[in-house]
Design a protein around this ligand. Structure first.
Ligand code: NAP
Length: 232
């Protein structure tokens, strides 16, 4: 069976990605910042008959990323999904911006997916599907920004989008890897809130369909969970 690695698997979209790929028979490498607190994930793993393996990984700890890549050195990873992300906890509006938080937001949303790609490119290249995915957001689209605000979130995810375009070119040439950036919709998670439009199951069903449909021709582009293409 194919193997998927998911970051930020403790809750929200990451947890649902683990649930759906696991239910479909995939081998799932579920990475969570603090697995002891991720009780839903632990329950899923316990019921998975060995298909879901949980690994501690704070993706802002780049030494830990290298250590995990070494630990999994003999694994082929068909799909690697950099899902962990944050909107930041403090001011999002002009006048209340806390710039001290920007380093952390950029490290998690933009730098960590780049570090993951570098550390795991070999594992992905050894697989059959060879797919590298970053979960971004429509809020990173410059063309679709009609509301303003959310400076750090929009800027860090726009940086992620730029990184993914370069990665898609470099990794296709070097390893035949298909890299793409996905928007999950506005989803009812801790981040999306209770008023969001769709539930995690609907989002992840769509995301998995988009990931399965990715080809060389569709790489390096920005796709929504419903299969529509988004402008940068
Ligand atoms: N929900 C939406 O409407 C929406 C819309 C567009 C894009 N997105 C994107 O979708 C992705 C998932 O969002 P979500 O809605 O599932 O968010 P969420 O419910 O807030 O979950 C965030 C996940 O990221 C993990 N995380 C945070 N910091 C981490 C770190 N340093 N290392 C490893 N994991 C870390 C969290 O782990 P802990 O439990 O340890 O905190 C949690 O598993 C994000 O990239 C987000 O930007 C979401």
């Amino acid at each position: 069976m194919p193997t998927v690695l998911v970051t930020g698997a403790s809750r929200g979209l990451g947890l649902e990605l683990v649930r759906q790929y696991g239910a479909d028979g995939w081998d799932v490498l579920a990475c969570a910042r603090d697995p002891r607190k991720a009780t839903d994930l632990q329950r899923l793993a316990a019921q998975s008959e060995g298909r879901v393996a949980v690994y501690p990984l704070d993706v802002t700890d780049f030494t830990a990323i290298d250590t995990l890549a070494g630990q999994l050195a003999d694994r082929a990873i068909d799909v690697l999904i950099s899902n962990a992300g944050t909107m930041g906890s403090r001011g999002n509006a002009l006048g209340s911006i806390d710039f001290t938080e920007w380093d952390d937001i950029f490290r998690l949303n933009a730098f960590a997916p780049l570090k993951m790609a570098g550390a795991f490119a070999g594992h992905i290249a050894r697989s059959s599907a060879k797919k590298l995915i970053a979960i971004s957001t429509i809020m990173a689209s410059l063309a679709r920004n009609n509301l303003g605000g959310f400076y750090a979130y929009r800027a860090s995810k726009a940086a992620l989008n730029a990184i993914m375009v370069s990665l898609s070119l470099d990794l296709a040439r070097r390893h035949g890897i298909i890299a793409a950036t996905l928007h999950p919709g506005w989803v009812r998670t801790d981040m999306g809130g209770s008023r969001a439009e769709i539930d995690p199951a609907t989002s992840v069903t769509g995301l998995r369909r988009v990931i399965a449909s990715l080809t060389k021709e569709r790489a390096g582009r920005f796709w929504a969970y419903d299969g529509s293409e988004l402008p940068w």
